[in-house]
Ligand binder design. Structure first.
Ligand code: SAH
Length: 405
């Protein structure tokens, strides 16, 4: 195996279990005999040692500023049952937290660094798991990952691999980036429904966004249900309509769902019709959020409860400033349209925007429209999207629930 030797003192963050080795920390690379090129291959398993020759761990080599993502600390080889051990541990956590029930078979099984598997995401939807690799190392391991997930998780019959949008853009990748790795049933049939807290969702992992569904809003949707009774609700950026379904079950007077994607709106309509076949109080509109809010304002419409769950406005650090302006603008528009005594659920899923900055953007929005605003709840990602305490970068979803006078 290739060995990476660090510069003196650069082992300290690894000793504190932070799983990334930055390229600037590397003194030398000792390639093993199998190499003809002058550098390790992207995705190969490498050993990391301190300047004094201490074994720090084993991880996947990457091209870029993060050079190695550590899979196991303090060893020179991965144990033979590495995948089984890690995936089973992650499953046990979900099970012990009560997330796997007959009325809830939708959950995130593996959340990257949060489950000590950097670069790997696995979401489970009823009998199908969707695996997403964010590193070439994980891509190379996709077969063993799929086999282990199907062995460990009793409900899983099919494993779909979906990494066309997540693997590093220029990475040399062998094999398909999308497709079924295991398939025993017909998961794309009209009969397929994945259950979240008793609500049934059609999930389209083939054509949908990310792995097909935003599992990360489950607990926050449940909170919307608690506040929805008799309210006129606007669910902006609704995607598959998660918040809308919970609001309808919570007794909302009326729910409007808005998304720019027609495919999303088709899914919302299918999900509402399936769960609430008699509902006449739901409308889904395909529109750009900013244009929609401007048009509603011109028409003099107001709402009791608005949900704003936009896509990540900042995908990188250098986009943060513009993103904050975007959050401020959209929140100001929403706050303006909330009736006195109404509620705003507002979110940011940009990892690069921290919770202080997001709160400040929402504060500026409230101040700019001159409303009295109180924070009722501060929300975050749920327990199946855990944050490794040594890797605070894993925190990305934040939300505020505001009472608007
Ligand atoms: N709230 C959703 C997840 C939202 S993901 C849930 O609970 O599942 C963000 C959504 O915003 C995507 O569906 C995307 O199609 C939509 N979107 C992106 N840009 C938009 C825009 N300018 N106007 C309206 N919707 C937009």
């Amino acid at each position: 195996m290739t060995t990476i030797i660090l510069k003196p003192h650069k082992e300290e963050s690894l000793k504190r279990f932070h799983p990334w080795v930055f390229s600037g920390a590397i003194a030398r690379v000792l390639l093993d005999a199998s190499h003809t090129a002058s550098a390790p291959e992207e995705g190969e398993l490498v050993r990391v040692e301190s300047a004094q020759g201490e074994a720090l761990g084993v991880g996947h080599w990457q091209v870029g500023s993060i050079a190695v993502r550590i899979l196991a600390f303090g060893v020179q080889e991965l144990p033979a049952d590495f995948w089984e051990q890690r995936i089973r541990a992650a499953y046990r956590v979900r099970e012990s937290l009560g997330l796997i029930r007959t009325d809830n078979n939708t959950f995130r099984l593996i959340h990257g660094e949060g489950d000590f598997l950097p670069g790997l995401i696995v979401d489970v939807y009823a009998d199908t798991a969707v695996v997403q690799a964010h590193s070439v190392g994980m891509h190379r391991c996709r077969e063993v990952i799929a086999k282990t997930v199907a062995t460990v998780v009793p409900q899983v019959q099919n494993v779909y691999y979906k990494s066309d949008d997540t693997l590093p853009f220029k990475a040399p990748v062998e094999g398909d980036k999308v497709g079924y790795l295991i398939r025993n049933t017909s998961p794309e049939s009209e009969e397929f429904w994945s259950v979240e807290n008793g609500l049934e969702f059609r999930i389209d992992w083939l054509r949908g966004q990310k792995t097909g569904f935003f599992v990360d809003q489950r607990e926050n949707r449940a909170l919307v249900e608690r506040y929805a009774a008799n309210k006129e609700v606007l669910n902006m950026f609704c995607y598959t309509g998660g918040f809308s379904l919970y609001a309808l079950r919570g007794g909302a007077k009326r729910v409007d769902s808005v998304d720019v994607s027609q495919k999303a709106i088709d899914l919302v309509n299918a999900n509402v019709a399936h769960n609430f076949p008699k509902a006449k109080n739901h409308t889904a509109v395909t529109a750009d959020a900013f244009e929609y809010l401007a048009a509603q304002k011109n028409a003099g419409r107001t709402f009791d409860l608005i949900i704003l769950d936009p896509p990540a406005f900042a995908k990188h650090r250098d986009a943060v400033k513009n993103a904050l302006r975007g959050y401020q603008r959209i929140n100001a528009k929403a706050i303006e349209m909330i009736r006195p005594g109404g509620i705003l659920f507002t979110f940011s899923c940009s990892q690069a925007v921290d919770k202080e900055a997001f709160r400040l953007a929402v504060f500026s929005a409230a101040a700019s429209v001159g409303r009295k605003v109180r924070i009722l709840h501060q929300l975050h990602q749920p327990q199946d999207h855990p944050i490794n305490i040594y890797h605070p970068e894993g925190e990305y979803l934040k939300g505020l629930v505001l009472y608007i006078e």
